[in-house]
Design a protein around this ligand. Structure first.
Ligand code: BTN
Length: 251
């Protein structure tokens, strides 16, 4: 069912019962100069995931895109993406779901490397987009897709929802917690990597990261500013800035 979102500061809300993609709408607002606004929808009909994948977004989820204007260089944007993952995990834990983060910011539940999400069931994903110069970001949008009050059979294989884990939640409260946490993290960006490490299910694991150009296999040992994964491989240490990460064996 459709719901009305009314959030407290720091963001104003533009709510849609149904929309193509909240990220696309947020882009329009960003281009018009709007900031500190979050586009929220009950359902999305054309939502996008990372790496040009589609994202299933039926009624009942938390589909939201926040338009931000952080005063940081473009090279630091990966830190915001990690912060968004931490914020979503904070919100999931506030309703009793022990979610973890797979690098860079997949929000997972459980630890079953045998299933299709290569490290757990996927509860939420984040798609960050930006525009700006190297030394300054003109706008940044953080798209958050959290499978909230959705039946398992409406989700893709390898996904789960808050409903499946703990029953239905107050979506407004969960989004409020997420955005408050994100805002706090962005105001104290020096805390982000430690908070991320605390929630990570990737560190200490054997992983394979597909960077688009090569596959790097080894043990994930740390995350490094502004958001790179440090991997111990047979041929030494590799630092990966972007890619698709797979957990190879159970922890
Ligand atoms: C991923 O691939 O893991 C990222 C998924 C991001 C989905 C969210 S839902 C709200 C926002 N609007 C979109 O079209 N995508 C993001």
């Amino acid at each position: 069912a459709a719901i009305e979102y009314g959030l407290d500061a720091p963001y104003t809300v533009e709510y849609h019962d149904s929309i193509g993609s909240t990220n696309d709408r947020a882009r329009e607002l960003a281009a018009d100069g709007d900031r500190d606004v979050v586009v929220v929808a009950d359902e999305q009909t054309g939502s996008r995931g990372r790496l040009d994948r589609s994202w299933v977004a039926p009624s009942g989820g938390i589909w939201a895109s926040a338009v931000l204007q952080p005063s940081l260089p473009a090279a630091h944007v990966p830190l915001v993406t990690l912060a968004a993952g931490v914020a979503v995990v904070d919100a999931c834990r506030s309703v009793g779901v022990e979610a973890t983060l797979k690098w860079p910011n997949d929000v997972l539940v459980g630890d079953d490397t045998a299933d299709s999400q290569r490290g757990g069931l996927k509860l939420a994903g984040i798609l960050t987009e930006m525009e700006g110069e190297a030394d300054r970001v003109s706008w940044l949008l953080v798209g958050i897709g959290l499978n909230a009050n959705i039946d398992g059979d409406a989700l893709p294989a390898g996904a789960t929802s808050l409903r499946e884990q703990v029953g239905d939640v107050d979506r407004r409260a969960v989004l409020q917690t997420t955005l408050e946490s994100l805002s706090t993290l962005l105001d104290a960006s020096e805390t982000v990597l430690d908070r991320w490490r605390e929630y990570s299910s990737t560190l200490g694991r054997e992983v394979r990261v597909d960077t688009g150009r090569e596959q790097i296999t080894g043990r994930a040992v740390d995350v490094r500013f502004p958001g790179a994964l440090v991997i111990d491989t047979d041929s030494g240490e590799e630092v990966v800035h972007a890619g698709d990460c797979e957990h190879l064996r159970p922890a």
